[in-house]
Design a protein around this ligand. Structure first.
Ligand SMILES: Nc1ncnc2c1ncn2[C@@H]1O[C@H](COP(=O)(O)OP(=O)(O)OP(=O)(O)O)[C@@H](O)[C@H]1O
Length: 214
């Protein structure tokens, strides 16, 4: 799905060759500052490489409209982005910004269930806890049913048990909808639980790539 060839971004990341498969859960592991977020940002053109090529479904992303690419490959950043208003307003915002049809309340509630967030749609989003805000952002992205979800430490604000529960649930939903998941995580146990492919980044280089046999 994504093919990276001789990609360099400043002195931060150098990827000689990397393929990321469609319809799989790919986890990116590595210590803090190794270049994991940079890799995600390159994939939906939040940043552009200094050298090399990145193909998405066989097309160079350099020749694609970045807005269309980001609608197809939706990124959920590390820090939750919450708009003022209710949970419903926040869930609807993603669909609106990506020019998709509005969701019904049932579809919204379903997306909240998928991230294990038991809250009413009318509740004020800015009153949620950090971990709840993070899950609201995940629900908003899931509701958009993108081709690819790029998740940057999506459950960093959650305790381990809730984190694994949410990741398992998201993975199930993504599989059911044919969404490819690319997840940056610090947790080897999370990667072992949900990852079908695991990529290790060390000091800006891909040091290994592991296919997990089920
Ligand atoms: N535009 C830039 N110019 C120079 N250095 C940068 C730039 N962007 C990021 N960096 C540096 O590159 C390194 C990798 O950053 P990145 O955010 O990709 O790490 P990470 O693996 O996601 O870390 P963490 O797990 O702590 O989130 C960091 O040292 C960061 O300061």
């Amino acid at each position: 799905m994504f093919e990276l060839r001789k990609v360099r971004y400043r002195e931060v990341l150098h990827v000689h060759e990397l393929n990321i498969e469609a319809h799989k859960v790919t986890c990116i592991l590595g210590e803090s500052g190794s270049g994991k977020t940079t890799l995600l940002q390159l994939l939906n053109e939040m940043i552009t490489p200094d050298d090399g090529t990145i193909l998405y479904r066989g097309r160079s992303i350099a020749h694609m409209d970045p807005v269309l690419l980001r609608r197809e490959c939706v990124m959920v950043p590390q820090s939750p982005v919450i708009f003022s208003g209710s949970i419903r307003d926040n869930l609807g915002m993603g669909l609106k910004m990506s020019a998709r049809a509005p969701a019904t309340d049932d579809e919204m509630r379903e997306s909240l269930r998928a991230v294990c967030l038991s809250k009413e749609l009318e509740e004020a989003a800015d009153r949620l806890s950090g971990g709840e805000k993070q899950r609201l952002c995940l629900a908003r992205a899931l509701l958009m049913s993108p081709g690819v979800l790029l998740l940057d430490e999506p459950t960093a604000a959650l305790d381990e048990a809730t984190s694994l529960e949410v990741l398992t649930s998201i993975t199930g939903r993504a599989r059911a909808e044919g969404i490819s998941l690319i997840i940056v995580t610090h947790s080897r146990s999370a990667a072992d639980l949900i990852g079908e492919n695991i990529i290790y980044v060390h000091q800006g280089k891909i040091v290994s790539r592991e296919v997990v046999s089920s």
